[in-house]
Design a protein. Sequence first.
Length: 320
Amino acid sequence: MSFSILGTGKAVPEYVLTNDELSTMVETSDEWISTRTGIKKRHICKEETITELCVQAAEEAMSNAGVTAKELDLIICATLRGEYITPSQACVVQKELGATCPAFDINAACSGFIYALDVAAGFFARGRVKKVLVIALDNLSNIVDWKDRNTCVLFGDGGGAAVLGEGDSLLSIEITAKGDTDVLKCPHGENTSPFYKHPSEHPYLYMNGPEVYKFAVVSMVKGIKRAIKNAGLKEEDIDWVIPHQANIRIIETAVSKLKIPSERFIRTIAEYGNTSGGSCAIALADSVSQGKFKKGDNIVFCAFGSGLTTGSCVIRWDKD
Ligand code: ACO
């Protein structure tokens, strides 16, 4: 027993920040951003809070699943920075939805959605739950240094949600971590303790892009291959790939190294940029609402991100 995906939803902020507008803020251009990353625009929070976005995505997923808040047995929120240090984002969402089940967050950055699915699968396997709400959503605009062109052009806000029920859709799943604070990190802000001896680091997202790029390409190809093998399938059995949307060049490199036709790779990066943990969940929700999947389709997910973490899985779509 693993799970079946009963319904999906997504939420992104209304405000759209284009490459041209970004070019008025830092020394960059639509040409550089488009050709080096594939990003054309991203959605950025102005009015919306992360809680409002999480609730919007969750309500859409629950409505599509035909599941009410009272029926939920667990809420897992994958985010690297919720509204508060405590309570968890999942607890805040639980209150807003009027649910009564246990709720907690996990932080696996861009791999968060797949980490959350794996954790949920464990609860299903132990017979502890019948309905689980997974939300994967980040608002990195909060932690990006808007004066640093190396990072601020890459990210967008938003994410998605999925309601899971009992079923056998999960054919394989694997998560990995390779602890690293050199190539990708975001320190906390100032430590207010008068006793603490260490200097504060700048509370902005720091990324060594080329190093993360190398890790990403290797992880993407390896993750997809292993997920397929562990599911007992071959590359030609795969109908769709939902890769983490960090850079279109990472996706195209994976396409060139795998025997899966290019048109089976979902690409949403032009519209949303890199939404961290939200990325695979948005791509899933958009694909479902566009009617891309049919019953029996094998879908591979693969993500990588800060940690350094990776996650990959194969899900067999079991809805008409
Ligand atoms: N506009 C114009 N020029 C720029 C910009 C910009 N926005 N950003 C960097 N440049 C310049 C650099 O300064 C450099 O100039 P120089 O040669 O004069 O020094 C040049 O462009 C090339 O810079 P690189 O960093 O080598 O560019 P690269 O082709 O590697 O692309 C990028 C950078 C897009 C960040 C790429 O490395 C990448 O996508 N890395 C992976 C990111 C990723 O996958 N992150 C996922 C995890 S995020 C998370 O977990 C929260």
